[in-house]
Unconditional design. Structure first.
Length: 320
């Protein structure tokens, strides 16, 4: 096989476009061996990549590029870069707690710095390592700008609540499998589902505390919560028969959730009676509403329709 033609222009190594089937890993190694500095190597690599579409599959599978990850305890080497985001103390504390709990991923998530050792990406990881006395793992990226940092972050996708749910379902955690099944049956999103029957009625956790537990895989559902979720899912299915769009509305599901709790705790809600009213008068009362309170008002009107005596215990008034 003929060697690729290499030309030197302003001391830069450039690979001329080879013919189909001529690109090999050996070519790249020879080109990089001729390069005398980082700029030469970069240009040689770019030329190689322009031609790589012609490489055979076996050679392509063997291409690897090493990235140098450096390590130091000298925190004073690094500087903040003007225009980067403000440090969030809560985020640093959260990372510190993760490390204290045995989850230290700092060696696998190095800080990115430019040639001046200004931190381009990983400010919170840097502060976390510094707080804990851990070494700084970092990669030097030549000539990275604040604009490039912003573009890089805009292109990255943070994990959604659904991503966390899918992760723990894949790991086979029963409570998360139960949650997913509940979401599919009711149309709930996972964040609303977790809030509704984990912290809204059954625990003293705030919504933020509950979500932290959820993302860490620590949500535990007791039998009371599961029974409530199962009954709520059945009731939502009943309403879907008359208007699926309304039945999938988050605010409507919350309203029905409140009725379900009334039935369980105070024994004052009769779901069969409600469904008889819906069957007879859904066209009169069943409409999309903007809030949970408005749905409760709608359901109250339907439930009490033609029950005229105020003293009659069959009349039900909801707390809006």
């Amino acid at each position: 096989m003929n060697s690729p033609k290499v030309v030197a222009i302003n001391k830069e190594v450039i690979l001329e476009q080879p013919k189909a089937g001529e690109v090999t890993v050996d070519m790249l190694e020879k080109l990089l061996a001729k390069a005398v500095n980082k700029t030469n190597k970069r240009n040689a690599l770019y030329g190689f990549l322009r031609a790589v579409e012609n490489i055979d599959n076996e050679s392509a599978a063997n291409i690897t590029f090493d990235v140098l990850i450096k390590r130091t305890y000298n925190y004073k080497l690094f500087k903040k870069i003007r225009g980067n985001r403000t440090i969030k103390i809560k985020k640093v504390k959260k990372l510190v707690n993760s490390i204290d709990g045995g989850l230290n991923l700092l060696p696998y998530c190095p800080v990115l710095v430019n040639e001046k050792l200004e931190i381009c990406d990983g400010q919170h990881r840097f502060e976390t390592a510094k707080t804990n006395g851990e070494p700084i793992y970092y990669i030097v990226c030549d000539s990275m700008t604040v604009k490039q940092i912003a573009e890089m972050n805009s292109n990255s996708d943070s994990w959604t609540v659904f991503d966390f749910l899918e992760c723990y379902v894949a790991l086979g955690i029963p409570d998360y499998i139960y949650l997913k099944d509940f979401c599919e049956k009711t149309g709930y999103g996972p964040s609303v589902a977790v809030y509704e029957f984990h912290c809204r009625y059954f625990t003293s956790y705030s919504s933020s505390e509950t979500m932290t537990k959820f993302k860490s895989g620590d949500i535990k559902l007791n039998q009371q919560q599961k029974d409530y979720a199962k009954k709520l899912a059945v009731y939502i299915e009943d309403f879907k028969e008359y208007d699926e769009k309304i039945a999938k509305d988050r605010n409507f599901v919350r309203a029905v959730g409140k009725l379900t709790k009334l039935e369980e705790d105070e024994k004052i809600y009769d779901h069969k009676r409600m469904m008889q009213k819906v069957k007879s008068h859904s066209k009169t009362f069943f409409e999309l509403q903007p809030t949970t309170a408005e749905y409760l008002r709608m359901l109250e009107k339907m439930y009490n329709y033609r029950v005229h005596k105020v003293e009659d215990k069959q009349r039900l008034f909801f707390d809006f």
